[in-house]
Design a protein around this ligand. Structure first.
Ligand code: FAD
Length: 332
């Protein structure tokens, strides 16, 4: 398919929502999208789909979008890949965005291909870095070869340039534009899908009880130094109202479920407080927690690399240090 790439403009961010609440990755992408749009001199457009979600389109404008497109219809609730994919595809065909960013969530991964394939566009999945080059081309980077290398992918000849992006890798945008009439910057678009066109029906929605550590304010992570006994880590996490996480070494040993792994091949977390206990500080682990506000490391080895990345370090056995911390916190 031959296209004129000069016809394609603007940076689009998909605002993912569930029952009217935005997924945090949406605001993370909006802040990154703002940077990219400023660099390319284009507009930042938020795309919101759902039923009764105009408040999110307005919030996207308050958080930095120049304009929001709103597809508001009962067909979009609950989420299904076919109406989302078809509506998004039709808007892309009509409006011709240059860059499209979608959260690398279950939802984003589920329907992004339905937009990219008919557009004959490339789609870089699970990106952890985004930039634009001198010509305004999107540089989408992601771990490759099982995390041994980073691949930076650009797409010179097709549009839109699409990426799904891992949650937690960018700062979320804040609502800063109090003085603008956000509603005036929201355009309700023509909904092109109907219930009759939609092949799938949702019979039951079961919310998975698999933990999501990416939103936690406090994370207490254990590593190989726990030597199979995660009790002190669990206890401290409970006392602090935080989540338990782990290095890959601890996950590989089967001490902790894979959903709690932090790092290059696990989750990216940005909590206010990250406690790393019995974790050496390998580069692949650091990649998943280096943007935490405060890092506390507990390690028996005073030369452990994790101390170079910690705000506070305690040289000691986690089986002694953590219970003492837990007892102090519980006493307060
Ligand atoms: P170790 O490196 O074995 O460190 C254990 C630490 O515990 C040591 O510093 C030791 O001094 C300390 N210690 C021992 N006993 C105690 C005690 N009683 N009290 C306190 N401290 C104690 N790793 C990740 O974590 N996440 C990833 O996503 C990830 N992805 C990877 C992807 C690839 C492609 C590769 C090659 C590797 C990846 N790794 C990842 C693995 C990574 O390289 C390290 O091997 C791993 O992070 C080490 O885990 P650890 O720090 O728990 O264990």
């Amino acid at each position: 398919m031959t296209i004129d790439i000069d016809d394609y403009r603007d940076v689009w961010v998909f605002v993912e929502q569930h029952e009217g609440d935005a997924a945090p990755v949406s605001w993370e992408l909006l802040s990154k999208g703002r940077e990219l749009a400023d660099e390319t001199g284009e507009s930042l457009i938020a795309l919101v789909m759902g039923d009764g979600v105009s408040h999110l389109a307005e919030e996207a404008v308050a958080r930095g979008a120049d304009h929001a497109l709103l597809a508001d219809d009962p067909v979009f609730e609950p989420y299904r890949a076919d109406p989302y994919g078809e509506q998004f595809r039709a808007l892309v065909e009509e409006r011709k965005p240059s860059i499209v960013l979608i959260g690398g969530t279950h939802t984003g991964r589920d329907f992004a291909g339905r937009v990219a394939v008919p557009a004959h566009a490339g789609l870089t999945a699970d990106c952890t870095e985004l930039a634009v080059d001198d010509e305004g081309l999107l540089l989408a980077s992601r771990p490759t070869f099982g995390g041994d290398a980073m691949a930076t992918i650009k797409c010179p000849s097709h549009r839109p340039q699409m990426a799904t992006v891992r949650a937690g890798v960018f700062d979320a945008s804040e609502a800063t534009k109090d003085d603008v009439d956000a509603a005036a910057a929201v355009e309700e678009v023509n909904v092109v899908v109907t219930e009759e066109d939609t092949l799938s029906t949702v019979i039951e929605r079961v919310v998975s009880d698999v933990v999501d550590i990416t939103d936690a304010d406090v994370v207490v992570a254990g590593g190989a130094g726990a030597e199979g006994d995660f009790e002190p880590i669990v206890e401290l996490a409970e006392a602090l109202g935080g989540e338990v996480a782990a290095s890959r070494a601890a996950v590989d040993e089967g001490w902790v479920e894979p959903a709690r792994q932090v790092g290059q091949t696990g989750k990216t977390v940005r909590p206010h407080l990250y406690i790393a206990a019995g974790i050496s500080g390998a580069v692949q682990h650091l990649e998943g927690m280096n943007d935490s506000d405060y890092v506390v490391a507990v390690n028996t080895d005073p030369n452990a690399a994790i101390f170079e990345h910690a705000d506070y370090g305690i040289v000691g056995d986690l089986h002694e240090v953590l219970p003492a911390l837990t007892a102090m916190i519980r006493e307060k």
